[in-house]
Write a protein that binds this ligand. Structure first.
Ligand code: SAM
Length: 370
């Protein structure tokens, strides 16, 4: 756990090593930020350093990428709010980011002379990208489990940000397998419940939260911005649906118990599918252990007419490509530990999946039998 600017340069180094060739303007700006925070020169730079340090003094960050990306998102949010008047607008606010504009002098001004809004974002907000390509984590397993054959589906998004992946079935599919063949994802699932949980859910009916979601997308990523706009529209359009999305503020450690109550109140047979995408690294121990144990206990309480599945789309411990891991509850007298299957490997913003045929067959067979 790090506070203030302690170890900031190590975190930047780690982020830069993990993202070679991506977001060059953030690489440049973060390099300048490290130099500025290490040895500020003059009153503007000293003010810049002191204000960031003060904003983070009481914050504990468990993820090494949290502070570099939070600094970038907060600066980008301010550039988007102010437009071309902002000293870093050309660098990180414009549709085509200009790396040459990401200078130390402009960064110092953007921090040293900034509105208090910027420091409010630094001290209260978190990087909450809501990446809808990750909806594959439920759309594909739902198809494998017969989601297009009329089976009722109750969905739970754990660490949902704005909950946009709960509207993933309303967005154009974009996934293929490793050979480039379109992946069969659920096209018309019969969803009876859409629930999301997050420590600080974002509300797409609030302009400030929509701007923050935009700021969390890296500069120049036009396709992701378009998909975000479409997802916000799709989410809002579901407000009048019988299964309108509902988001709750909750710490993930407390969610498995809540899921028990909610799942028990769903009428009739349904597949209960809980999924979590890129959240695990935000959970420090022992919270992570409590959450994992709780989810495994939730799976163990599955009933034959109401099977329970928990999907994780996460980076495996120790790094490497992301994995889609499915855990299936096993009900009845033979109830044992959940069946754990790695269905596929994919990227951080998944569009192409390397599927594991044996795991996929085992997953489909286990759910077909219910
Ligand atoms: C990187 S975002 C991923 C959001 C979304 N799942 C996606 O893939 O687009 C991580 C999310 O986890 C949430 N989060 C982090 N720690 C949490 C906790 N202890 N309890 C609940 N939510 C948490 C954050 O607020 C954030 O919205």
């Amino acid at each position: 756990m790090r506070r203030g600017l302690d170890g900031f340069s190590d975190d930047v180094r780690a982020w830069r090593a993990a993202t070679p060739g991506r977001a060059p303007v953030y690489h440049r700006l973060l390099e300048e930020a490290v130099a500025l925070f290490q040895a500020p020169v003059g009153s503007t730079e000293e003010a810049a350093r002191a204000r960031v340090e003060a904003a983070w003094r009481e914050r504990k960050q468990s993820s090494p990428y949290a502070r570099p990306l939070l600094l970038m998102a907060a600066l980008r949010a301010e550039a988007l709010r102010m437009g071309p008047r902002h000293t870093l607008f050309e660098a990180i606010g414009a549709a085509q980011p200009r790396v040459a504009s990401a200078t130390r002098e402009r960064l110092a001004t953007a921090l040293g002379d900034a509105s208090p809004r910027l420091f409010a974002d630094l001290s209260t907000r978190s990087v909450q990208t809501n990446e809808t390509s990750r909806a594959v984590a439920w759309l594909w397993p739902a198809a494998l489990a017969g989601g297009d054959a009329g089976r009722a589906l109750a969905l739970y998004d754990l660490g949902c940000s704005a909950g946009l992946n709960l509207a993933g079935d309303r967005l154009p599919p974009l996934w293929t397998d490793a050979a480039g063949t379109p992946l069969a994802v659920a096209a018309r699932p019969r969803i009876v419940l859409r629930r999301g949980f997050d420590a600080g859910p974002l509300d797409v009916n609030r302009d400030g939260d929509c701007l923050w979601l935009t700021a969390c997308i890296w500069p120049g990523e036009a396709a992701r911005l378009q998909r975000l706009a479409a997802a916000i529209d799709a989410f809002r359009a579901l407000a009048s649906d019988p299964a309108a999305p509902r988001l709750e503020t909750a710490d993930l450690a407390d969610v498995p118990e809540r899921l028990n109550g909610i799942a028990g109140a769903v009428d009739g047979p349904a597949l209960h599918l809980a999924y979590q995408t890129v959240v695990r690294d935000y959970l420090g121990e022992p919270l992570r252990r409590r959450y994992t144990d709780g989810m495994r206990a939730w799976l163990a309480a599955a009933q034959p007419a109401a099977p329970r599945v928990w999907i994780e789309l996460e980076a495996p411990p120790g790094g490497g490509s992301m994995a889609i891991e499915a855990h299936l509850g096993r009900s009845g007298p033979a109830a044992r530990a959940p069946l754990d299957l790695t269905l596929a490997r994919c990227g951080y913003h998944p569009d192409r999946l390397t599927t594991d045929a044996a795991a996929v067959a085992a997953f489909s067979a286990a759910l077909a039998a219910r």
